[in-house]
Design a protein around this ligand. Structure first.
Ligand SMILES: CC(C)(COP(=O)(O)OP(=O)(O)OC[C@H]1O[C@@H](n2cnc3c(N)ncnc32)[C@H](O)[C@@H]1OP(=O)(O)O)[C@@H](O)C(=O)NCCC(=O)NCCS
Length: 330
């Protein structure tokens, strides 16, 4: 067996391998599509030939491993303190149980080490987002694999090769045709108003500040989301709770993906204002907005221990799959 860098001549073989893993192992990926593969693995800003490897035997491609690393860092992130990301690993069913996956993994990890990485992650923070089909739905898909699928045998393989779960995630799904706003939502909105908190669609002209909330939530990501969205000439719908010129809760921006999925970046409430019903009101506003802009379903993921699950369940979401974020110290 040899391991070498992937070339475009391998595309047909990778396509066959990809679809074999879907059929044989229930891998949740979309059916192979050359244009999609190129967009995700070859055309993006993080493309790095040395991190796309194939194994070959008998003159055939028998396996594929893809890794990547961040090239744009958030405040506090550096090349040294960010991981190498393992995006996918697949071995042809006919060539298993002979060390191919181990050899591919060793080769990728060695390349990560040469780049100065001290850890390898399977994580939703991977700059390459791979779509996956949500089981039990009419081919509805989520735009990002939040870690390793706990029902796929590859996860067991990684666990036996030094990867350890850092977080367990549950993906949740709501077909928006089943959505019904609960009666308590408007009661909660009125209660908030009585406390001087306005919760609902945010008008950028209100010019509120949000740094205090982001500092207390500890999220540079949401600080950037709000800053970038509000700097646009026509920001997409944002739903915020605000009081005395401060944003103290946020969800959005709302958008619809080609698949019909209602898309948003997340939801957060300033810890100083938690458990008052802010997220409940904003999240229901988001669902109504999704419906009004033509979304057919919504999907998200959250930590299995995150109390946000309660909010999602009460809005009508159901658990769809569990994923594990994995890390190996290199
Ligand atoms: C999750 C989060 C958005 C909830 O915001 P919130 O405004 O406090 O939520 P609400 O007051 O509307 O409460 C929603 C439900 O969660 C429950 N809840 C909220 N905070 C809780 C806590 N600390 N512990 C247990 N349950 C909690 C509430 O009791 C409520 O359930 P109920 O309707 O059955 O009473 C907020 O805690 C947060 O910003 N967390 C950090 C960011 C995050 O994890 N976002 C989700 C990522 S997927």
């Amino acid at each position: 067996m040899t391991i070498r860098i992937f070339t475009v001549q391998d595309l047909a073989a990778i396509g066959a391998l990809w679809d074999a893993c879907r059929k044989n192992d229930g891998a949740l990926y979309r059916p192979f599509d050359e244009a999609y593969f190129k967009e995700k693995f070859l055309d993006g800003a993080v493309y790095e030939p040395a991190l796309l490897l194939v194994s070959c035997e008998d003159g055939k491609v028998t396996g594929f491993i893809a890794g990547c690393r961040k090239h744009a860092f958030l405040p506090g992130e550096t090349e040294q303190n960010t991981p190498g990301y393992l995006t996918t690993l697949m071995v042809s069913p006919a060539y298993r149980k002979r060390g191919t996956a181990s050899a591919l993994l060793d080769a990728l990890e060695e390349r990560f080490r040469l780049l100065g990485k001290t850890k390898a992650d399977v994580s939703s923070l991977n700059p390459i987002d791979l779509h996956w089909l949500i089981p039990g739905t009419p081919a509805h898909e989520h735009n990002n694999m939040p870690g390793a699928d706990e029902e796929n045998a590859a996860t067991g393989f990684l666990l036996s090769h030094g990867y350890k779960p850092t977080v367990h995630e549950v993906a949740m799904y709501l077909n928006l045709s089943d959505y019904k706003k609960a009666d308590f939502v408007e009661q909660k909105r009125s209660e908030l108003l009585r406390q001087g908190i306005v919760a609902g669609r945010y008008d950028p002209k209100e010019n509120c500040e949000w740094d205090g909330m982001c500092d207390r939530v500890g999220s540079e990501y949401w600080r950037k989301v709000l800053r970038d969205e509000l700097a646009k000439p026509s920001p997409r719908p944002l739903f915020c709770a605000r009081t005395e010129g401060h944003i103290v809760g946020f969800t959005g921006p709302a958008d619809v993906e080609e698949s019909g999925r209602g898309w948003f970046t997340g939801i957060c409430t300033d810890p100083l204002y938690e458990q008052k019903g802010i997220a409940t009101v904003l999240f229901n506003d988001l669902m109504n907005c999704f419906i009004s802009i033509g979304a057919k379903y919504s999907s998200l993921f959250t930590g299995t221990e995150n109390h946000a699950q309660r909010l999602y369940l009460k809005t009508g979401f159901r658990p769809a799959r569990r994923f594990a974020m994995l890390r190996k110290e290199l």
